[in-house]
Design a protein around this ligand. Structure first.
Ligand code: FMN
Length: 167
């Protein structure tokens, strides 16, 4: 697991190889194992692997173009009915997304997290494209596929940002 964390990078180029249902199940199992504030578990996942839908999601954002060539896109949504504090929904969905990224990397997949924020056009477009209920908000996308690019492991520990006892 430690090597998985240290070597994970954002992968935006993918081969045509499909992701099996078994691999998807593992990803979802890891996704839903994320911690959740007050254990409210407000997260939902929409699995998109239809080519036409992938293209539409790719076109909906400024930084989501890689999704057009992805094998799959997982849309992580938060349900405001389950958790009234939006900050906690963001935290919970982020934990879920990180679990997916790490599981994907360990399974030999490439993945990248694409952010979704309320003021972005993408947010509005996803609501319509995915026919989300009014209480459900898209919180993030994970573009997935077998990698067609490799990225080096980076040394990223910044000691000047590590503080002990006080700032
Ligand atoms: C909240 C969040 C939003 C992101 N949104 C995008 C995005 O919209 N498009 C994209 O290509 N990468 C996106 N990324 C990926 C970052 O660009 C990437 O993690 C960063 O450059 C570090 O590279 P690495 O993931 O290879 O370590 C996002 C990452 C996070 C955490």
């Amino acid at each position: 697991m430690i090597e998985t964390i240290l070597t994970r990078r954002s992968i935006r180029k993918y081969t045509d190889e499909k992701i099996s249902e078994e691999t998807l199940n593992t990803l979802l199992n890891c996704a839903f194992s994320a911690p959740s504030a007050m254990n409210r578990r407000p997260f939902h996942v929409i699995v998109v692997d239809d080519k036409d839908m992938l293209q539409k999601i790719a076109d909906a954002g400024m930084y989501t173009k890689m999704i057009a060539n992805a094998s799959m896109c997982l849309v992580i949504c938060g349900d405001h009915k389950r958790q009234p504090f939006r900050d906690f929904i963001i935290n919970d969905c982020s934990a879920m997304i990180q679990n997916i990224l790490l599981a994907a990397h360990e399974l030999g997949l490439g993945a990248v997290w694409c952010g979704v924020m309320p003021r972005m056009g993408l947010h509005k477009k996803l609501n319509a494209l995915l026919e989300l209920p009014l209480t459900v908000e898209p919180m993030g996308l994970v573009s997935l596929g077998y990698p067609a690019e490799t990225k080096e492991k980076l040394e990223r520990l910044e000691w000047d940002k590590v503080h002990r006892q006080k700032w």
